[in-house]
Design a binder for this molecule. Structure first.
Ligand code: NAD
Ligand code: UFG
Length: 360
């Protein structure tokens, strides 16, 4: 049985990916320090899976710990060996992700994101594990604003969070013996199998409404903020500018369903484990753009509720358009986003409606 360590497993994308991997038959070591998540997410994942309670207990080991803790991580690898189920791959979600906060607390971002990944990689090397899927982000690109972003576009992040992601990509290319991070596929001369997945705007929730996005602090992203208005926690949404160079003046983003993103991780892992050592750098996006006003409209029509909004100023650091060219993921991973923007709005609201105060 293939055995995987998932860091940040209880988080938004980690929990959905864990469900996909469980249903696909993997043995999972799930590590999280629960700084931005709840252990309840993982018990719900186990219940949602196709496994019996006993099978789920056998297939999941939960570790409450920090990815920066070398001895703890090393111990997880040793335990897996003792149990006769050596961890052969890592999916690395753990990290901090709020763009605004990364300006205030940049050292925390370097420590958690870059420091955490260095520790993880050292433990992997010590335990001869050279297969990793890493959560990168569209924020590594220099905003282009007129066309879809492709993997060979210039890397030039404009916030500390994005700089940590670009740094980790470079580090991974380096240990893999690869030239750069400006190519969708390169062979690794050092025996590593690495996928850096550049997510665009993950959103939505599992259609059951049992797991979803549950930020501990004030949400930063549009869909959770729309949900908060829908549930009555906020009176209205502020649209950050209607003077962008887009058809309706509001920002256009590439929203991609979190279950599509989760399946993208399985696709990446399957390809890595069945191919020669290589570095894959892939956009995970739908290739379709939706403006803020259009998203509000689709949300209202799909869910039959009103989302009051007002037009505010542009948010610092925003760009007009962020859109993926997802063709390399289709070519190399045979992955493409299957779910629609309506599915995203329906599932996001279903999760919020069923869990008005998140996991409790
Ligand atoms: P999330 O905050 O929901 O999940 C991250 C998880 O990592 C949380 O459960 C948190 O408790 C855990 N964690 C944080 N620091 C840790 C540490 N030092 N040790 C152990 N656990 C730790 O975020 P998410 O939306 O699920 O994002 C997952 C990954 O994807 C992150 O690396 C994020 O930067 C990246 N990403 C997210 C988005 C997005 O819009 N959600 C976009 C691009 C990239
Ligand atoms: N927006 C509003 N009002 C709000 C919140 C957002 O109008 O209250 C707008 C933004 O201006 C933007 C769009 O909604 O046009 C989406 O904003 P998000 O904050 O949801 O997403 P971003 O595209 O700004 O950022 C996201 C992730 C980052 C990641 C980036 C690129 O939050 O972590 O995508 O991948 F870096």
């Amino acid at each position: 049985m293939k055995c995987i360590l998932v860091t940040g497993a209880a988080g938004f994308i980690g929990s959905h990916t864990t469900l996909v991997l469980l249903n696909a038959g993997y043995k999972l070591y799930l590590l999280d320090n629960f700084s931005n998540s709840s252990p309840i997410a993982l018990s719900r994942v186990a219940k949602l899976s196709s496994l019996s309670k006993k099978e789920a207990q056998e297939r999941i080991s939960i570790i409450d710990g920090d990815v920066r803790d070398f001895s703890l991580l090393d111990n997880v690898f040793s335990t897996s060996k003792r149990n006769g189920e050596r961890i052969n791959s890592v999916i690395h979600f753990a990290g901090l992700k709020a763009v605004g906060e990364s300006f205030e607390k940049s050292l925390d971002y370097w420590d958690n994101n870059v420091g955490g990944t260095i520790t993880l990689l050292k433990v992997m090397v010590k335990n001869s594990c050279r297969n990793i899927v890493f959560s990168s982000s569209a924020t590594v690109y220099r905003p282009k604003n007129e066309a879809a972003l492709i993997e060979t576009d210039p890397i030039s992040p404009i916030n500390p969070y994005g700089i940590t992601k670009a740094t980790i990509e470079k580090m991974l290319a380096d240990i893999g013996g690869c030239q750069s991070t400006a190519s969708a596929q390169q062979n690794s001369s050092k025996g590593w199998r690495i996928a850096c997945l550049r997510y665009f705007n993950p959103a939505g929730a599992h259609p059951s409404g049992e797991i979803g996005e549950n930020p501990k602090n004030i949400p930063n992203n549009l869909l959770p903020l729309i949900n908060q208005v829908g549930i009555g926690r906020n009176k209205s949404l502020t649209v950050f500018g209607n003077d962008w160079p887009t058809p309706d003046g509001t920002g256009i983003r590439d929203y991609v369903h979190v279950m599509d993103i989760a399946e993208g991780h399985k696709a990446a892992l399957d390809i890595l484990l069945s191919s020669k050592p290589q570095l894959l750098i892939m956009n995970l996006g739908s290739g379709k753009g939706t403006s803020v006003l259009k998203l509000i409209h689709i949300f209202e029509v799909t869910n039959g509720i009103k989302i009051p909004y007002e037009i505010g100023k542009r948010r610092e650091g925003d760009s007009a358009i962020s859109l993926a060219d997802p063709s390399q993921a289709l070519k190399y991973l045979q992955w493409e986003a299957k779910r629609s923007i309506e599915d995203i709005c329906r599932d996001a609201w279903n999760w919020q409606y069923k869990n008005p105060i998140g996991y409790l």
